[in-house]
Design a protein around this ligand. Structure first.
Ligand code: SAH
Length: 213
């Protein structure tokens, strides 16, 4: 696992691309500037790691496009020590971004292969999420609720109720909602029963799946 000056240079260029596309949050940009994204991808794709594109990882899944990771992270408004739940651990790249932002990260993955691989990999890289869980993200993770932030990194055909109910008051749920195309949606919990909803345009994700394999 190597990270070289050449990789660091490419990361800086990627950060400049994200700034041009409208990402402003300094902590998010610093995290992307720091994390060796090429190590999160299968070796064949290493050269593409610092393009602003999604790429295939194991189990027919993808590592999200850097712009999407930055956009969702910015919407979450993570503060130091905030408890954050991620649905769809995947390669662990978004998990690493959340760790860099100072969050206490809980993350769920439904693919056993990815869950095992990423758990090992993140710890090798020195990232310490609070809890990585193998299971169904539609149910959230009641055990550690409430969360200040919940981020869904797969396309949800509808908004799962448990995710809304596991949100702290003033907590933020960032979720791409839709079947073929998703609308990035932010819910802010105002009271026990009231949620504010904001929409942020179209994105494309692999689907949030219900049946485990
Ligand atoms: N955050 C990841 C994105 C991976 S793509 C990254 O940065 O690499 C979405 C991930 O969501 C996939 O790994 C997929 O297996 C997972 N996923 C799909 N349905 C899920 C579900 N119901 N519960 C938990 N994870 C799920």
């Amino acid at each position: 696992m190597k990270d070289t000056l050449r990789h660091a240079g490419k990361r800086k260029q990627l950060v400049d691309v994200l700034i041009r596309k409208g990402i402003k949050n300094k902590a998010v940009l610093a995290a992307i500037n720091k994390i060796p994204r090429h190590l999160f991808m299968d070796s064949g794709f290493e050269d593409h790691a610092y393009q602003d594109k999604a790429f295939p990882i194991a189990a027919d899944q993808t590592i999200s496009q850097p712009y999407t990771v930055a956009f969702q992270s910015e919407l979450l408004e993570v503060g130091n020590g905030d408890r954050v739940l991620e649905i769809g651990t995947g390669s662990g790249y978004q998990t690493a971004v959340l760790c860099e932002l100072g969050a206490k990260v809980y993350s769920i993955e439904r693919q056993k292969e990815l869950f095992k691989k990423t758990k090992l990999f993140l710890s090798k890289l020195g990232y310490r999420p609070k809890h990585l869980s193998f299971g169904d993200g539609y149910k959230g993770l009641e055990e550690y609720a409430p969360y200040k932030g919940i981020i869904v990194t797969a396309g949800a055909p509808y908004v799962p109720k448990p995710l809304l109910s596991q949100l702290a008051i003033n907590g933020r749920l960032v979720i791409p909602v839709g079947e073929d195309v998703q609308i990035m949606t932010l819910f802010i919990r105002k009271t026990e029963t009231q949620f504010e909803k904001h929409e942020f345009g179209e994105f494309r994700f692999v689907p949030l799946l219900e049946d485990k394999n």
